[in-house]
Design a protein around this ligand. Structure first.
Ligand code: TA6
Length: 298
């Protein structure tokens, strides 16, 4: 069965692994690129063609390892633990199972990942993960996890979004003031955010607990921003590797840290526990915001 819809959904089989899917939304002129590997959104382009997501030029797109950039899906484990770092969803091929578009509808695809012998060997729970990507003026990504087994399981999840920016030292993330965060660079110490506009000037790796569901990432160089609206994801991660951490990452160039900031919708501090047959949904909606003062508003 083909899921292609001319002018809206194009599918390019890839030699190494899976396929690349391109979505187009004619009315807004926006487009999205997705690799079925990890169901990773790697580009979200405005009508101008500019990609609001960062994708490393050294990203491995062969299916051999997780893609460095875009929106990797983190499930069932965030960070390090008994499973591989950030779990098993981002480095497996997902299957395209639905495509739709319409004159007043977002262009939408759904991909699924089901537990199998290999995943059960790593994480002994039967699950169905469904990831729906909808594009119009907004990029909406929805992760649904269903327990298809016969025992409860608990998991963490996140959408590890890499936002493209001009200069890391001219970015403001708001408003996380008064929110408690786990500082992963300070022995997981719990701290309180004091700044209404969080700025990055060194390696930063924080999990903001029960954060506001609306977060603005403002790029002062371009005068634009990305507004994130999340639901189902209680927490938000802010990460930038800065100079030294970047130097140790083969799939990042030395100065790439200046060109992205990760702000991630996540359910991390309190894992989700699902009984058999039940499901959980986490949603992230991204919108581009023009923050340039208009003439007469100055
Ligand atoms: O989300 C932040 C983080 O957990 C950092 O600690 C860093 O490890 C980053 O994810 C990237 O992880 P990765 O496994 O993709 O290199």
């Amino acid at each position: 069965m083909t899921y292609e819809i001319p002018g809206a959904i194009e599918i390019t089989p890839l030699f190494d692994s899976g396929a690349k899917i391109n979505l187009f939304h004619a009315a807004s002129g926006t487009s999205v690129e997705i690799y079925t590997f990890g169901a990773t959104v790697t580009a979200w382009r405005a009508r101008t063609g500019e990609n609001s997501l960062f994708l490393s030029e050294k990203a491995d797109l062969s299916g051999a390892q997780a893609i460095r950039g875009g929106i990797p899906i983190i499930f069932p484990q965030f960070g390090n633990g008994p499973l591989p770092a950030h779990g098993l969803a981002r480095n497996r091929d997902w299957e395209l199972v639905l495509s739709e578009m319409g004159p007043h509808l977002p262009t939408t695809v759904t991909l699924k990942l089901e537990s199998n012998r290999k995943t059960l060997a790593i994480w002994p729970h039967k699950f169905l993960a469904e990831y729906t990507i909808s594009l119009d003026e907004t990029l909406r990504t929805e992760l649904r996890i269903t327990n298809t087994g016969d025992t409860d399981f608990s998991f963490q999840a996140a959408l590890h979004s890499y936002f493209s920016i001009a200069d890391i030292e001219r970015v403001a993330i708001s408003d996380l003031s008064t929110v408690t965060y786990i500082d992963k660079l300070a022995a997981l110490e719990h701290k309180t955010e004091n700044n209404s506009e969080l700025r990055i000037s060194s390696e930063t790796d924080r999990v903001y607990l029960n954060s506001p569901n609306t977060i603005l990432v403002r790029d002062e160089t371009s005068g634009t921003g990305i507004a994130m609206e999340k639901s189902g994801f209680a927490d938000a991660v802010v990460w930038n590797p800065w100079i030294e951490k970047s130097a140790g990452m083969k799939d990042l160039s030395a100065d790439d840290f200046k060109k992205f900031v990760c702000v991630e919708a996540g359910q991390i501090d309190t894992p989700v526990t699902l009984a058999p047959g039940l499901n959980w949904i986490g949603i992230q909606e991204l919108q581009r915001i023009d923050l340039q003062p208009r003439w007469g508003e100055i």
